[in-house]
Write a protein that binds this ligand. Structure first.
Ligand SMILES: Nc1ncnc2c1ncn2[C@@H]1O[C@H](COP(=O)(O)OP(=O)(O)OP(=O)(O)O)[C@@H](O)[C@H]1O
Ligand SMILES: [Mg+2]
Length: 299
């Protein structure tokens, strides 16, 4: 079942149409990377999912329940970490979680237990300082703990790693992976290596619509490139191959690249097996998310 399903979402700010019929399906228990460049409409989409934004057209379902602007009932399924989370700086992490627990209700003893568990999970279990002195990474981790307080079925994080250094980013990514057991994770980002590291599913948001979405492995294989890299053991074979095949391009001292077109691969293999070349590697170039994304954006 889809934890989140969006169909035909439209949103305009003045004369600027930001979302132009966006469709999105986030399967339950996926770690879903919502990818788009600055200004693509990621935050706008997330706010619409939370019912915080009046949209112009389209339908949003969370956990099978329709989202209605200004009503919060579907938010009981959702934990949300905004792009710039705000905290009370004079509180400590446990005080802050206790405060959030009191606002949202629930038994005090249960809240205490859950807070402790979550602070351990995000690596703040022994932290006694006030939030004022927290690094950005610590604030993001506390934000995730807070978002998980009510055991949401969908955790939405708006660019949780964008402002962090590589160590801080890795900590957040590890936490998002770890919570996958408990909840579906949807996070927005423009850092494609983060997505490659932890996501099961991805969607590219571009020009107001989702242009590609699906399982990361499917997306990569559908958009598989037709480029091959061929590595030889003897440098002199490079010249021979380039003379025989005009379409080959040199990539490094021992490496040539070519596109599979008009039986190119077959012809190259025949040339190689006829004994003239000693190969050390022949491989199809796997597309990276980066290359896919650039293709989508530049279209
Ligand atoms: N309240 C608003 N009023 C007018 N325009 C807005 C408003 N909110 C967003 N926009 C515009 O909508 C577009 C999408 O913004 P949004 O914040 O959703 O993008 P984003 O993908 O989250 O970008 P970023 O990566 O920078 O966070 C931008 O051009 C932005 O200027
Ligand atoms: Mg944003």
């Amino acid at each position: 079942m889809d934890m989140l399903h969006i169909r035909g979402l439209h949103k305009r700010f003045g004369d600027k149409e930001v979302l132009k019929g966006l469709n999105l399906s986030v399967p339950e228990h996926s770690v879903f990377g919502f990818i788009g460049k600055n200004g693509a409409g990621k935050t706008t989409t997330m706010k619409a999912v939370l019912g915080l934004l009046r949209t112009d057209d389209g339908e949003i379902m969370v956990g099978g329940e329709k989202v209605v602007y200004g009503q919060t009932s579907s938010n009981r399924f959702i934990g949300y970490l905004p792009d710039v989370p705000e905290f009370y700086p004079f509180m400590t992490a446990p005080e802050y979680l206790r405060f959030c627990g009191e606002i949202t209700g629930g038994k005090r003893s249960e809240n205490e237990k859950r807070s402790k568990e979550l602070l351990e999970l995000v690596g703040l279990g022994d932290e006694t300082h006030r939030i004022r002195g927290f690094s950005r990474g610590m604030k993001q981790r506390l934000g995730i703990a807070q978002a998980l307080l009510n055991r949401p079925r969908l955790l939405i994080c708006d660019e949780p790693t964008s402002a962090l250094d590589p160590v801080g980013r890795k900590e957040i990514l590890d936490i998002l992976l770890a919570v996958r057991e408990q909840t579906t994770v949807l996070f927005s980002t423009h850092i494609l290596s983060d997505v490659e590291r932890i996501c099961t599913d991805v969607a590219f948001l571009n020009d107001g619509v989702v242009s590609i979405q699906g399982k990361l492995s499917d997306v990569k294989s559908i958009y598989r490139s037709d480029e091959y890299l061929l590595e030889v053991e003897r440098k002199e074979d490079i010249q021979g191959l380039m003379r025989a095949f005009r379409f080959m391009r040199q990539r490094a001292d021992y490496v040539l690249a070519f596109h599979e077109k008009d039986h190119a691969l077959f012809d190259v293999l025949r040339y190689v097996t006829e004994g003239r070349v000693s190969l050390s590697k022949l491989e199809r170039v796997e597309p990276t998310l980066e290359s896919l994304f650039m293709e989508v954006v530049e279209k």
